[in-house]
Write a protein that binds this ligand. Sequence first.
Ligand SMILES: *Cc1c(COP(=O)(O)O)cnc(C)c1O
Length: 468
Amino acid sequence: MDNEHENVTSSARRRPPSKVWGDESDAVSAALEWAATRTVSASDPKTTARTPEELAADVGDVITPEGLGATEAMRIFSEILAPATRAQDDPLNLAYIPAAPTRAAVAFDEVVASANIFGGLWESGAGAIFAENQALAWLVGLLGWPAEAGGCFVSGGTAGNLSALAAAREAGRARLGGRPDGGFKLACSATAHSSVASSARLLDMDVVSVPVDADDHLTGPAVAAALDADPNIVAVVASAGSTNAGIIDDLAGIAEAAHDHGVWVHVDGAYGGAALCAPSVRDRFHGIEQVDSFTVDPHKWLFAPYDCCALLYRDPTRALATHSQHAAYLDSTERGKQNPADLAAHLTRRTRGLPFWFSLAVHGTDKYSRAVEMCLATAREVADGIDRAEHLRLLRTPELSVVVFDRPGWSWDDYSAWSHRLAVDGVILCTPTRHHGDPALRLAFVNPETEADQVLAILQTLADDPPR
Ligand SMILES: *Cc1c(COP(=O)(O)O)cnc(C)c1O
């Protein structure tokens, strides 16, 4: 067995040099050595965007008739281009939603690239799709959904929300017997992610904004009232962790109200869905067992590299009818939910769920739960510290790992100047946001290496005058 295995990579099976490209050994070594080094290196928090003019001046002409050769092309990437990108995995990058992929997951992305599997159809990607489905099955178990549930990995929450809402709209079309006068609509609250409104535009659906309760949650009674008032609503989108504040809507109430009206419920858990594996907050997701579709980005809080969104349907039948592409050259392949291509708006796809699968397989799900719990604990500790600090005000108790607070007396410009100064110095990435319309600061914890003490020490600088 071992011998057989060795044969696969032995020199006997080496590709002969290409008639066009040669053996490319210098390019292969340069790229893989850089990748191996980067995978185990700490990132530089000072790296940042530069203007196209600055980059053009430093990079020069790269795409030339003769080619630059591997050494020079790699030098340009490593010395000029890569440093002009933000380090998403720095433990003190707490802006937007950062990232914290495991080394195992990052390394396996390099495996996915070299295997170059066509992941659209079972026929060409069976083994890899099987593995992706094992990772999806872990999520299905956390959701409490039946085994018939299914889905696929797409590029991100935006693509996932769009594909799920397309299926929801088609379910609505079937129920209403066609497109109703006035068109299809979806309902969500103002805290829903911007990609929901963007999906609605692409799907030619109007957005009905449903008011939230005093604590910013979308609730069952509010959804029921909206659905009673407007029969054209065919989908309700609830947040399982809003991006700005980590708010989890009343999923049980929303599912009940929507299903009473025959309406599809999509839960956007792009950021927060990861916390389904955290026992300390699992009950906040109560009701998610009943919803129709769900998205979570493993590239946010499940320790996978970009780009990776898990898109799941409790019953994939409607998604199949919505997304299957038919063409003469495709019709000889077997179609159905075994094909990722039949479940979202794509055909060709890389098997981008595999880095997540590999890391889960290597580390086990217990460590995933522990890592998510560590981020939740860090967020609580920082929130408590802010609450105790004389110069700061905690604006809401975190439901997940986003902490929103302000520094009374400071304006938007003060926050921006402070945030910019600390970013340039490579101290912390913490960007301003708005809370109920007023300027505030926001920290998002998805990296188990982040230390609460270190963050609180940096927030002490908010006691001083704003930088000028
Ligand atoms: C990040 C996010 C999205 C968008 O996901 P992308 O992967 O950036 O496309 C959608 N919804 C929520 C709640 C998010 O946090």
